[in-house]
Ligand binder design. Structure first.
Ligand SMILES: Cc1cc2nc3c(=O)[nH]c(=O)nc-3n(C[C@H](O)[C@H](O)[C@H](O)COP(=O)(O)OP(=O)(O)OC[C@H]3O[C@@H](n4cnc5c(N)ncnc54)[C@H](O)[C@@H]3O)c2cc1C
Ligand code: FES
Length: 284
């Protein structure tokens, strides 16, 4: 069960283009599994920004003097993320979590590729640790528009057999997209699963490549969220179920990670006509 924490900011630091915030949240480390996220209140009690903002949990720490902390990575680009990026040590911060379903882990120790786009890499390091513990080979691909927007290179190197880097502008690694290096890596590492987190277009491309190779992909989507707890239906997207029927699933409680081959990427943002319970045009 998620809990609400009126916590304190323990530390903030700049990491490339991002701000890493460490905050107290005593129960979250106990309940955390890789893939969970938190929803954070913006401003004080009188803030006009009433919606919480969602952030992947980057790491947790259940030891130390603060008795349980959670770390998030913030890319400042709007009122909510700007507010968080400007928080200082000892400021208060209200956090609800852990939210969402964790990533599914393979039962067998199969090779896995982890693909992170920009700050989207944040939830992949605890996942990598869990996979390595199970005996899985882990290969990382990190991509971003430019070098300063790459996140977690040192950690990825530490946790993986190989690390591939791509940047759109060629400032580091291969010039291009993560999907330019993925097919070769799937062949070389004989991977059975690809985990991906980043922009929707990247997730779609990763899902399509994985499908071409006949392997499973788990894509962690970043749909706009309002409540974060399954009540408001803001975060729905069309996903094909085991029975072949498309349903609008809530990414905050049914995800944020979905099987890539089950998401109807080209219909995201719409309710396809054949969706279970879709409104019938011109019907009664
Ligand atoms: C599961 C999940 C994990 C995320 N993890 C991170 C992370 O680790 N680091 C990070 O910097 N950002 C992350 N995001 C995106 C982050 O929640 C949005 O960037 C943030 O809500 C934007 O708020 P804003 O006020 O700064 O910008 P605005 O664009 O003004 O946001 C206004 C509203 O739009 C919605 N919104 C806007 N952009 C996004 C977006 N990209 N994704 C989802 N909702 C959006 C939010 O609900 C917000 O309430 C995550 C989103 C989700 C759903
Ligand atoms: S954000 Fe409200 S149901 Fe998902």
């Amino acid at each position: 069960m998620p809990t609400q924490h009126n916590g304190l900011v323990v530390e903030t630091k700049k990491v490339g283009a991002y701000i890493q915030i460490t905050a107290t949240a005593p129960d979250i480390p106990r309940d955390f599994k890789p893939g969970h996220f938190v929803a954070i209140a913006i401003g004080d009690d009188r803030s006009s920004l009433i919606l919480r903002r969602a952030f992947s949990i980057y790491q947790v720490n259940d030891r130390g003097v603060y008795g349980g902390t959670v770390d998030i990575i913030v890319s400042a680009h709007g009122p909510g993320t700007d507010y968080l990026a400007n928080l200082k040590r000892n400021d208060t911060i209200n956090i609800v979590g852990p939210l969402g379903k964790p990533f599914s882990l393979p039962k067998e120790p199969v090779p896995c590729i982890l693909v992170g786009g920009g700050y989207g890499a944040a939830p992949l390091f605890t996942l990598a640790e869990a996979l390595v513990k199970r005996g899985c080979r882990v290969d990382f691909v990190l991509g971003a528009s430019s070098q300063e927007k790459l996140f977690g290179m040192l950690e990825a190197r530490r946790l993986s057999t190989t690390l591939s880097i791509t940047t759109d502008d060629g400032s580091l690694g291969v010039m291009g997209r993560v999907t330019d290096v993925l097919p070769d890596l799937i062949k070389k590492s004989n991977s059975a699963v690809v985990y991906a987190c980043g922009p929707m277009k990247m997730l779609q491309a990763v899902a399509e490549i994985s499908q071409q190779f006949g392997i499973v992909s788990q894509t962690s989507v970043e749909e706009s969220m309002a409540c974060g707890i399954g009540v408001c239906m803001t975060c729905v997207l069309p996903v094909i179920g085991e029975d072949g029927v498309t349903r609008m699933l809530r990414s905050c409680v049914d995800g944020p990670a979905f099987r890539g081959d089950k998401v109807r990427w080209n219909d995201v943002g719409t309710i396809p006509e054949d969706t279970y319970g879709a409104p019938v045009i011109g019907g009664h």
